[in-house]
Design a protein. Sequence first.
Length: 431
Amino acid sequence: MSAAARTRPLAVLLTIGDELLLGDRVDTNGPWLGRLLTDAGFEVVERWSVGDSVPAIRGALARMEALAPGGVLVATGGLGPTDDDCTRQGVAAHLGIPLEEDPRLLQALEARSRARGSGELSRLNRRLALVPKGAEQLTNPVGSAPGLLFHPSEGSGTLMAFLPGVPREMRAMAETALLPGLRRAFAHRLHPPFERIILTAGQPESLLAELLEPALPPSLGVRIQYRPSLAGVELRFSAEGEGGEARMDEALERLEPLLAPWRYGWGGETPEGATVLALRRAGLTLALAESCTGGLLASRLTAAPGCSKVFQGGVVAYDNSLKEALLGVTPELLEEHGAVSGPVAMAMAEGVRIRLGADLGLSITGVAGPGGGSAHRPVGTVWFGFSGFLLGENRRATIEAEPMFFPGDRDEIRTRAVHYALRRVRERTRG
Ligand code: ATP
Ligand code: MG
């Protein structure tokens, strides 16, 4: 990391709520704030969760403050009026200041209650006007509980912000009230990173790393993060500090020839979107014959906008009788080779291409498990058939089949098969 990067102000995140610890709710506030603060130019260093308890909140604040000296602590949750919401009390205990009723806030809450036709403010809702003495309030654009902001008394102290737990309220307040406040407080110390996301498929992360790392001079200060999934490996390139953009451009230029065979898109794109785009560029239409994926590939493809230009449709031919009736696979072929085989995959691809009138037919037939495997054809064996006019050598007509073996359970095998098919269609239609 470059020297400039180390001067970014530190940020820590605390999400408060019993439900987060019990596993009843997944914490979405923390990750969302992590992205927001990183983009704003902070270095997010830790993220914790605690339950709705005054001692727990107090203890967490004390320990977390020390993790971000001169930076910011952002917490969410527990600002509501009910007995289980005790963040206010926790903060007051931590800072050693009393809770006081704020007359102006009380008035605003009463006005809001009347405006909404709820009449007088209820006893519980009156609690919302209790704020730790000296707190700055953050306006809640979509709810009633305001957020709280505490500026540090000295430079090495930590600025602390408390936002509501309801994700919609938290986001609105973070964007409209917290962020402007942080920009004012940290001004020129903020350094948003330059980042580029590149989507790759067909190469595991370890091999990608062995390929890319030696070609990336450390002096450029560009970091690569590898994020593998069943769709492939997403690469996040980031450069921090002075001249980050130029260093990033240079790094990507150097890596271009190494990345080109595996890259299929940029951040924000999807595997199916890239496949639809590849077909559109090649001017080819596609028809599918799916067995073990049961229409998953068709569903995935039709999720991509613009799919109608290139996707004719698909046949889910699960039972052998339908492979015969709908795709014209002969009983002899099925008898001789079995449904999960190269010859049957080819016959399915050819059958669907001709019957649905597409340029390219693709078939998937495999053993997704957990049963149905054999020594000869273990669970995870999947055959892909391709038929039609493919680009490449002279745009010739071909019928081919490829066997693959995918690890994992039924779900994983089917998903891997879908991604493999999407990738192969991209590769086979590349000009
Ligand atoms: P309220 O006034 O609604 O009580 P609050 O600030 O007290 O607001 P909480 O009581 O902590 O917020 O949570 C309100 C709702 O928001 C709950 O349904 C909770 O599960 C959800 N929620 C709270 N924190 C998170 C989080 N970190 N991620 C996702 N959802 C959350
Ligand atoms: Mg609550």
